[in-house]
Design a protein around this ligand. Structure first.
Ligand code: GLU
Length: 312
């Protein structure tokens, strides 16, 4: 039987907005409609942006929405050692190397990139140092660790966007696995954790479609199975602006404060996913109506008006 285990992987870097709600609902409906479990992993590795207070906020938002998950939720930081061990294993196999280039550039890799990436890394430190110790001694700096990215396209199939071929070396070059502080990059962490959590299908925001190639490459190098992928088109506001950039008034906490029932948001999202109108309900009430074929592959304009108008 196909493994369709899904996951919700929010980063606790702020309150969730309507765009997150839509992505998480689709992730939940997709897994449950295939009779598969959904796990909740809170991705708290980016210490600069994540905080325990936001972890509470994210949990509150997911619970308000009525989402359910299987087993206890966990923090990504509880598996930090296992993630680092994978990076060092790649170093030992000659598939990664120490890099002493600027801190700022490496730090950029710690968060899931949502379209704000820095320049391609030109490979300055590749082949330069035989070990972490050599790099440290020669530069007087703590080295980061970068992956040796082969040239040529990495192929994968997205269930909504079809076959993709992305040349990771041409796009970003040798991308980081660990920062100079030893913190894992998002790319490495998500790959190790999806394997650890037994994820069969990754359903997430469309802004991560491009970086999937990096994750597929890591899965191949680490001997891990590549899950299936489904990238959910982003939600934009009435002016076509991505909600991540301007979500004031559209966070779940604000909708709740305005007295909008979660069931109405769920119904509006269900309608935006092509499900026939139904009385407002909990996420579980829509599982049997969800059809992947009805999901549009283009960005969805969505605002709080759309939610308010939906019949209660
Ligand atoms: N935690 C990431 C984010 O919120 C999502 C990572 C993923 O789904 O792979 O942007």
């Amino acid at each position: 039987m196909v493994n369709a285990t899904g996951r919700l992987a929010p980063s606790p870097s702020g309150r969730l907005h309507i765009g997150h709600a839509r992505t998480f609902l689709v992730a939940y409906w997709r897994a449950r409609s295939q009779g598969a479990p959904v796990v909740l992993r809170i991705e708290d590795l980016d210490a600069g942006r994540c905080s325990p207070e936001h972890v509470d906020g994210v949990l509150e938002d997911l619970q308000w929405l009525g989402l359910e998950w299987d087993g206890p939720w966990r923090l990504q930081s509880d598996g930090l050692q296992a993630i680092r061990a994978r990076a060092h294993a790649l170093l030992e196999r000659g598939l990664a190397y120490p890099c002493v280039c600027t801190r700022k550039e490496v730090a950029l890799a710690q968060s899931a990139p949502h379209g704000d990436e820095g320049p391609r890394y030109p490979g300055t430190c590749r082949g330069r140092y035989a070990s972490m110790e050599t790099a440290r001694a020669a530069s007087g700096r703590e080295p980061a660790l970068r992956l040796v990215v082969p040239p040529g396209p990495i192929e994968f199939v997205d269930q909504l966007h079809g076959a993709r071929a992305i040349d990771v070396q041409a796009q970003v070059g040798d991308f980081p696995l660990l920062t100079r502080a030893g913190e894992p990059s998002y790319q490495l962490a998500v790959v190790v954790d999806d394997a650890r959590d037994g994820i069969g299908e990754v359903v997430r925001g469309g802004d991560l479609l491009e970086v999937t190639a990096r994750q597929v490459l890591l899965q191949q190098l680490l001997g891990l199975a590549t899950p299936r992928h489904l990238h959910v088109p982003l939600v934009v506001d009435a002016q076509g602006v991505r909600l991540a950039k301007r979500s004031a008034g559209l966070t779940l906490a604000e909708l709740r404060a305005r007295g909008i029932a979660a069931e109405r948001l769920v119904a509006a999202v269900a309608a935006s996913c092509g499900m026939a109108p139904r009385r407002a309900g909990a996420p579980r009430d829509y599982v049997d109506l969800f059809r992947l074929e009805q999901l549009s592959s283009t960005p969805q304009a969505f605002d709080s008006e759309a939610v308010s108008f939906y019949p209660a």
